[in-house]
Design a binder for this molecule. Structure first.
Ligand code: GL7
Length: 844
């Protein structure tokens, strides 16, 4: 009595519904306020790093306004949501992206300038979160950018690793890995959600019991319980008010768990167990090495999946009972995309929730599950397909193992019906591999438990159907589709390449950023000499900037007028950095033997190679060593001075890619045909006005179709020839090209040093003409041919520029905006839900 709740509410509403002003003076006040009060640095330590933190907090405030509005709006509308489950998000730096997407770049730059700071300098203070390995993780982040930009109600879910991808340093010519503790200075872009925590069970046992009606039920009990703590990062769209969420989980001990151990008097045991809980989300696994048997990795996968599904489930269940919504409607509100098989344990986990908690009958639960999940495959390399030992899953997730067996049993009955007594088919389609120990094939589980399976480039989807899942294709021909990858033009053009972006905006207005098709008409400008001149100037600006960067950070001088050739990606045998190095060694030999007349005809080149080798991947590490050694020798040989430089840039990451890609003339995407699912670097390079030397593999094929074959330098065996070539070489070894023979001879002779462990010989032995798995020798002559063609073309400056313009302006289909529209239409069945922004109070 006497308490006026309504008045309180009204006042609160009024107080909390105002919006932050974005004029320069207000931004300055907000910056200084954050330095003084958030960082508690009143009147001292007003350095660049403080101002980075303060700027980040100031921008974050503005993100939060949009983010909470967007989330409240979509909850109110009850819209169907997409959940993108990924063990990796390679976000890159956030400040530049946020101010650009919010349309506040100019205002912040001016606000900072007036108080003596440069936005660019401040942006480079940010430590990049490297929570992914490579293409797969970066794709996830490009997708989040597009989902927000296109107003789709969508959340990303993943793990907040304490240590991201290791930091690579080159010590005495070798890769050395250092832990990447990216949270040293805190992370202003995330919001710790102490109100969002879920328990996650591991180990334990399954109790079978009967309900009053005599039905058999199961309960998973005992074991350990770990808590999942949510950290949210707002994901702003470009040119829209909509702001989505990326929720990352961190593990911590549960109170209940601690108490039990402490009470038992086992103090040290309890502390140890606490450490064990926290270790679950400690470190990102660098992939590419065999994953098999890594129990912690399986724990990570389940931990993240369990927390995520509890969260999704809770959100959905708020609607159940409202109107006519029942559990059956889950697929109308929830679309879950599995980014590779890493989160595939979500399939039995949702079944467990529906069966054991919701107590639905199997068939009903299974129907819901299959309608909710879709699976993207990102590789057909057998060594990268995940399998978990049955004993390990049985120990860690006993109820899930039961459910997997049941899914498999019911599935195999279908197989039996379709192909009676076909044991070979049964065993290849089974989720369980009958090896010793038995293994759970996560890809089969993902295919069986999803309504749609997609590959990431046309050729990849074709191989997926014909090599990986041919029987599943016969069973469910409609289930398999292609959705070619794409990259966000916001980060990879607008932000990374302001020189080119301003040319585009000058020509067609700013709309191209959200609609890359608008660049198409610029293609005709390739015929305009003045336009070509402007284009070259932009490229030159970027090359100059890179040259300065290389000098500043590596003390290497390169000539910005040389052809910049780059191969920057994870180091892997199938990506064939070795082919590149052998080509460089060949060029080196040619240079040292050239007459002065011949030298004049050679194209000066700077070769840049960058990428990390998985710590346990010996061949990849050997390769890094060889590149570094070749660079040492070549760069100090006077004969090469004006003609050849080789640079290995350590610690390749998103921020480095943003500097390198806009400065490239040629990039190499030269995997053995059929082995690179898609590649996404290839797309970024061409968008930035570089050309490709590449094999007919992954998205290269579609890029060539889009830009025209005269604008790409292709070579090598085609995917459908590879198997026959491999078979033939075993009994009829081909003759080695004399140029390759010479290059290999130089390496073996020790011109680039002779490491004690025979590292180089190990690399070269793999090119044995009888078992040249990656077709390095086979493709070498045509590779040199493609490089020579590129060199020849580069000498005709005007023609070269025309090629670059035509190619770059034909890339619209490789924008992730196109990709996401396809996912939305063909897989998720979701619609954009734009939120009309409230008018800022400063504008009222
Ligand atoms: C990858 C593929 O290797 C790569 O070709 C593809 O572009 C990318 C995104 O679809 O996915 N698969 C994978 O495991 N990694 C990739 O980069 C690490």
């Amino acid at each position: 009595m006497g308490v006026d709740h309504l008045a309180h509410k009204e006042l609160l509403w009024k107080l909390s519904s105002t919006y932050l002003p974005n004029d320069v003076a207000s931004l300055q006040r907000s910056l200084v306020r954050h330095v003084e009060y958030t960082l508690a640095r009143r009147r001292y330590k007003l350095d660049t790093s403080s101002f980075y933190q303060a700027t980040a907090h100031s921008v974050r405030d503005r993100l939060i306004e949009r983010w909470t509005d967007t989330q409240q709006y979509s909850a109110k509308k009850g819209a169907k949501k997409v959940y993108y489950l990924s063990l990796e998000f390679l976000i890159g730096r956030s400040l530049g992206n946020a101010v650009s997407n919010l349309g506040l770049r100019g205002a912040y730059a001016e606000a900072l300038r007036q108080i003596g700071y440069d936005l660019e300098d401040i942006m480079s203070e940010e430590k990049e979160p490297a929570l992914g390995n490579g293409g797969l993780g970066r794709l996830a982040s490009c997708f989040l950018d597009t989902l927000a930009t296109q107003n789709y109600p969508a959340w990303g879910y993943g793990i907040r690793y304490k240590y991201g991808m290791f930091e690579q340093r080159i010590v005495n010519g070798k890769q050395v890995e250092f832990p990447d503790y990216w949270l040293t200075d805190g992370n202003p872009w995330e919001v710790e959600r102490l109100d969002v925590q879920y328990p996650v069970r591991l180990f334990g046992h399954v109790r079978e019991f009967q309900d009053p009606d005599g039905n058999t039920l199961y309960a998973w009990e005992g074991g350990e319980v770990v808590m999942a703590q949510a950290y949210d990062t707002p994901i702003p769209g470009y040119g829209t008010y909509n702001t989505n969420n990326m929720r990352l989980w961190s593990s911590k001990p549960s109170h209940e768990f601690n108490l039990a151990s402490f009470n038992a008097g086992n103090y040290y045991g309890a502390v140890e167990a606490k450490e064990r809980c926290e270790s679950i989300t400690s470190v990102l696994y660098p992939n590419d090495a065999t994953e098999e048997g890594k129990r912690l990795r399986l724990k990570q996968q389940y931990f993240f999946v369990s927390a995520t599904l509890q969260d999704i489930y809770r959100r959905f269940k708020k609607n159940v009972g409202r109107g006519s919504t029942t559990m059956k409607n889950m697929p109308d509100k929830v679309a879950i995309q599995l980014n590779d098989t890493h989160p595939a344990i979500a399939i039995p986990e949702l079944m467990r929730l529906l069966l054991d908690i919701e107590r639905l009958p199997w068939d009903e639960a299974w129907e819901i599950t299959r309608k909710v999940f879709a699976y993207t495959n990102h590789t057909i390399l057998p060594e990268a397909l995940e399998k978990w030992p049955v004993p390990m899953i049985t120990e860690l997730l006993p109820r899930h193992m039961q459910i997997i067996y049941e899914i498999n049993h019911r599935f195999l009955l279908e197989v039996q019906k379709m192909w009676p007594n076909d044991t070979a088919r049964m065993s290849s389609m089974s989720i369980i591999e009958e090896s010793s120990p038995k293994m759970v094939r996560m890809s089969n589980l993902a295919v069986i438990g999803s309504h749609t399976v997609n590959g990431v480039a046309m050729i990849h989807t074709k191989l997926l159907k014909s090599l990986l899942f041919p029987d599943f294709l016969l069973m469910w021909p409609e289930k398999f589709i292609n959705v070619t990858n794409g990259v966000t033009p916001r980060r990879w053009l607008l932000q990374a390449n302001p020189a080119l972006a301003s040319i585009y905006t000058g020509m067609v207005g700013p709309g191209w950023v959200n609609d890359l098709k608008r660049l198409e008409p610029i293609k005709t400008m390739a015929q305009d000499p003045q336009f070509r001149q402007r284009w070259r100037a932009a490229k030159q600006t970027n090359k100059q900037a890179l040259a300065e960067w290389l000098y500043r950070s590596m003390n290497i001088r390169v000539d910005p007028n040389a052809l910049f050739d780059m191969q920057i990606k994870r180091i892997h045998e199938y990506k064939r950095q070795l082919l590149n190095v052998l080509g460089i060694v060949h060029r080196y030999a040619e240079i040292t033997q050239a007459t002065p007349e011949q030298r004049k005809t050679m194209v000066p080149r700077v070769h840049i190679i960058a990428g990390k080798a998985a710590p346990g991947y010996v061949m990849a590490k050997n390769l890094v060593m060889l590149v570094c050694a070749v660079s040492e020798v070549v760069n100090s040989d006077a004969a090469c001075r004006d003609l050849l430089k080789v640079v290995f840039v350590p610690n390749f990451n998103v921020s480095l890619a943003e500097i390198l890609i806009p400065a490239s003339d040629i990039s190499q995407h030269i995997s053995t045909a059929g082995m690179e699912a898609s590649g996404t670097g290839n797309m970024k390079f061409v968008m930035n006005g570089g050309l490709i030397v590449g094999t007919m593999d992954g998205a290269n094929i579609e890029i060539e179709q889009a830009i025209g074959e005269h604008n790409m330098f292709t070579f090598g065996a085609k995917a459908d020839q590879v198997a026959a070539i491999r078979r033939k070489m075993a009994h009829d070894p081909p003759k080695i090209d004399p140029r390759l023979h010479r290059a290999m001879g130089m390496i073996r002779a020790g011109i680039f040093g002779k490491p004690d462990d025979g590292a180089y010989n190990q690399l070269l032995d793999a090119i044995d003409p009888r078992k040249d798995v990656y077709l390095t020798a086979h493709d070498f002559p045509s590779y040199l041919g493609a490089i020579a063609e590129a060199d020849a073309a580069y000498q005709y400056e005007e023609k070269w520029t025309a090629k670059c313009i035509e190619a770059a302006c034909s890339m619209w289909m490789f924008s992730s905006d196109r990709t996401i529209r396809e996912y939305a239409a063909k897989i998720w069945n979701v619609e954009p839900l734009p939120f009309r922004p409230p008018r800022h109070h400063s504008e009222r």
